[in-house]
Design a protein. Structure first.
Lengths: 296, 281
C-alpha cells in the first residue's frame, strides 16, 4: 500500500505540468505551424498557401524586412549593450570592501520589477521635446540642439534602446553577481601573486571564469531582445501607428501582433512567429559556438 | 612618501568608485522620483520649462481625474484578483511538481526534467496566435482564465521549488510519516509545504510581480478598458488622448507603489531567488 503510493505519487504530482504543457504548449505549436501555411482570417482558414506566407514575408514585405532591421539594431544597442555596463558593476559590487552593497543592489534592481507600461509613460515625459528633462539637459547644460526623441526615426530607436538598457542592466548585474560569488577566491590570489592587478586581473581571471554565466545572460537577452514588443508598442501608441514615423519603432514582434490582432491575418502572423523562432535558435547556437571557442 | 601617495591613490580610487555607483543610483532612481513629482503636479502645468523637480500639492486632484478617465476600481480589482489567483495556484502546483522531482525516484524523472528545461526556451510569441484561437474556442476570451490557468504549473516555478526542496526536506522525516500512516498527499501538505516556506515566499512574490506586470496577455485577452488590468488601462488612456497627464501620472504611481513595497520588503528573497535560478539552472 505504502509502496504503491510511493510509486504513483510523483506521477500524480507532476501531472498538472504535463497536462497543461500538452494543452497550452505542444498543441498550439503544432496548430501554429498549420495556421502559418494558410491564408487565415477572422472567418477561419481561407485557402492553403504552402510556404507562400514565408516567401512573401522574406522577399516582398517591406514592413517585415524593416522590422527585422529595427529588431537587430535594438538587439545590439538595447539588449546586448547592457552587458558592457552590467559586468563591471557586478565586479565592483562583488568586492566585500564596498559598503552599502545591499542598497545598490535594491536600487539597480528596481527598474526590473516595474511594469513596462509605467516605464514607457514616464520616459515619454522625460523625452518630451520642449518640456522634458533629456532635452533640457542637452539644450541648457550641453548647449546642443534638442532631440525629437519620439518623432525622429533615428531618435526613436535610441529612445527605445535607452529604456531597454535602463530596465535590464540591474537584472543582468544581479545574474553576474551570483556568478562571481561562485568563483574561487584562491584564483584571484594566484593572479595577484603573478602580478596581475585591477583591470588585467579581471580581464584574465574573472571574465574567462564568468563565460558560462555570460552565455546564459546573453542568451536570455537574445531571446528577450528578438521579442521586444512592449516598450515600442506603448511609446509609439499602439497598433495603428505601426511603430511611429517611418515605422522606426516597428519591431518584428510588434509587427507580428499588429498583423494578427489588428489586421486579423493569422496565417501571416504565425509565419512571422516561426521565422523569429528560427532566428532566435540560430543566434543562440552561434552564441554557444562562440562561448565554447573562447573557453578553449 | 611612497606609501602616502599610494594611500591617496586608493582614497581617490574609492571616491571615484562610489561616485560611479551613485551615478547609476541616480540613473535608475530619477525616473521614479520624477514620476512621483509629476503625479502631484496639476494636469495643466505638467508641460513646463524648466521641467518640474519639486513636489506640488495636486496628487488627490489628479487621482480623482484618473477615476474619471478609466474605471480604476475595476482595473485594480482585475489586476489584484488575477495576480492573487495566479500566485495561489502557482504556489500549489509548482510546489507539488517540485516535490515530485526533488524527493522521489521514478523512471521518467530525467526526461521530464529535460522537457521542462526545454520549454523555458520556447518564446511565448510562438504560441500567441493559436493560443488566442483556442481561448475563443474554450470561451475563455475576455475572462481571467487565460491569464491564470496555462501558467499554473510552469517549468520555472517547478525547477525553483525542486532546488529548494532537495535540501529542506529530510528523507527520514518522510519515512517516519509513512510509518505513522500518512499518505503521500498528506506528506505533501503537512510536511513538504510547511518546510518549504522560504522557497514558497520567493516563488509567490515573483509570480505576483510578473502577473501584475503581464501586459501582453491582458492586452490580447482583455482588450476592453472596462474589463482589463491596470497596466493595459493606463496604456489605453495614454494612447487615447494627450490631455490629462496629471491623471495618467497618478495612475502610474498607483500601479507601481504596491510592487515597490513588496520588493523593498522582500528584496533579499527576490534577489537570491533570481540568482539561485540562474546559476544552477
Amino acid at each position: 500500500m505504502v509502496e504503491t503510493g510511493k510509486r504513483i505519487a510523483p506521477y500524480v504530482f507532476i501531472s498538472p505540468f504535463l497536462i497543461l504543457f500538452a494543452i497550452f504548449g505542444i498543441f498550439p505549436i503544432l496548430y501554429s505551424i498549420t495556421i502559418s501555411f494558410f491564408k487565415w482570417t477572422l472567418a477561419g482558414p481561407q485557402d492553403f498557401r504552402g510556404i507562400q506566407n514565408y516567401i512573401s514575408l522574406l522577399t516582398t514585405d517591406p514592413f517585415f524586412i524593416g522590422s527585422l532591421k529595427t529588431t537587430f539594431i535594438l538587439l545590439v544597442f538595447g539588449s546586448l549593450l547592457q552587458h558592457v555596463f552590467a559586468i563591471p558593476l557586478a565586479i565592483v559590487l562583488n568586492d566585500q570592501k564596498v559598503k552599502g552593497r545591499g542598497f545598490f543592489k535594491v536600487m539597480y534592481f528596481l527598474p526590473y520589477i516595474t511594469s513596462t507600461v509605467v516605464i514607457a509613460l514616464v520616459f515619454n515625459q522625460l523625452y518630451e521635446q520642449n518640456y522634458g528633462w533629456f532635452n533640457f539637459i542637452i539644450e541648457n547644460w550641453l548647449g546642443l540642439e534638442g532631440v525629437k526623441w519620439v518623432q525622429n526615426p533615428g531618435a526613436i530607436k535610441a529612445s527605445i534602446a535607452i529604456m531597454v538598457n535602463w530596465r535590464f542592466i540591474g537584472w543582468n548585474t544581479i545574474i553576474y553577481l551570483a556568478g562571481l560569488q561562485s568563483i574561487d577566491k584562491v584564483l584571484y590570489e594566484a593572479a595577484e601573486i603573478d602580478g596581475a592587478t585591477g583591470f588585467r586581473k579581471h580581464w584574465h581571471v574573472t571574465v574567462p571564469l564568468l563565460l558560462p554565466i555570460i552565455f546564459f545572460a546573453v542568451s536570455m537577452s537574445i531571446i528577450g531582445g528578438m521579442q521586444l514588443f512592449e516598450e515600442p508598442f506603448v511609446l509609439m501608441k499602439g497598433y495603428e501607428t505601426m511603430g511611429g514615423p517611418s515605422n522606426a519603432g516597428l519591431t518584428s514582434a510588434y509587427y507580428l501582433l499588429g498583423t494578427g490582432f489588428n489586421f486579423n491575418r493569422f496565417g501571416k502572423a504565425s509565419a512571422i512567429a516561426w521565422i523569429l523562432f528560427a532566428i532566435i535558435m540560430a543566434m543562440t547556437w552561434m552564441n554557444k559556438v562562440v562561448t565554447d571557442r573562447l573557453q578553449r | 612618501m611612497d606609501q602616502k601617495s599610494s594611500s591617496l591613490g586608493r582614497f581617490g580610487g574609492k571616491t571615484i568608485l562610489y561616485a560611479i555607483l551613485m551615478v547609476f543610483v541616480f540613473i535608475f532612481g530619477f525616473p521614479f522620483y520624477y514620476m512621483f513629482v509629476l503625479s502631484t503636479v496639476p494636469g495643466t502645468e505638467v508641460y513646463r520649462n524648466p521641467p518640474h523637480i519639486f513636489f506640488k500639492s495636486s496628487f488627490f486632484t489628479n487621482i480623482s481625474a484618473l477615476f474619471d478617465d478609466i474605471p480604476f476600481a475595476i482595473n485594480f480589482f482585475n489586476s489584484f484578483g488575477i495576480a492573487t489567483l495566479a500566485t495561489v495556484t502557482v504556489i500549489f502546483f509548482c510546489t507539488m511538481g517540485g516535490f515530485a522531482l526533488a524527493k522521489y525516484d521514478f523512471k521518467w524523472k530525467k526526461p521530464i526534467f529535460v522537457l521542462m528545461l526545454s520549454t523555458m526556451a520556447i518564446p511565448p510569441f510562438l504560441n500567441i496566435i493559436p493560443f488566442f484561437k483556442m481561448m475563443i474556442f474554450f470561451q475563455w476570451y475576455g475572462t481571467w482564465l487565460p491569464l491564470i490557468v496555462p501558467g499554473m504549473a510552469n517549468a520555472f516555478g517547478i525547477i525553483l521549488m525542486t532546488q529548494f526542496m532537495q535540501s529542506s526536506i529530510p528523507d527520514a522525516l518522510m519515512d517516519a510519516a509513512r510509518i505513522d500512516g500518512l499518505t503521500e498527499f498528506g506528506i505533501l501538505t503537512r510536511i513538504a509545504f510547511p518546510l518549504s516556506r522560504s522557497g514558497i515566499a520567493v516563488l509567490g512574490i515573483m509570480t505576483f510581480i510578473n502577473s501584475w506586470n503581464n501586459f501582453l496577455g491582458a492586452l490580447v485577452m482583455l482588450p476592453n478598458i472596462n474589463s482589463t488590468t491596470l497596466p493595459v488601462a493606463l496604456s489605453k488612456l495614454f494612447m487615447q488622448m494627450d490631455g490629462d497627464r496629471g491623471g495618467l501620472m497618478a495612475g502610474t504611481v498607483l500601479a507601481v507603489v504596491p510592487l515597490i513595497f513588496v520588493f523593498i520588503a522582500f528584496n533579499k528573497q527576490i534577489i537570491s531567488g533570481l540568482a539561485a535560478g540562474s546559476v544552477k539552472g
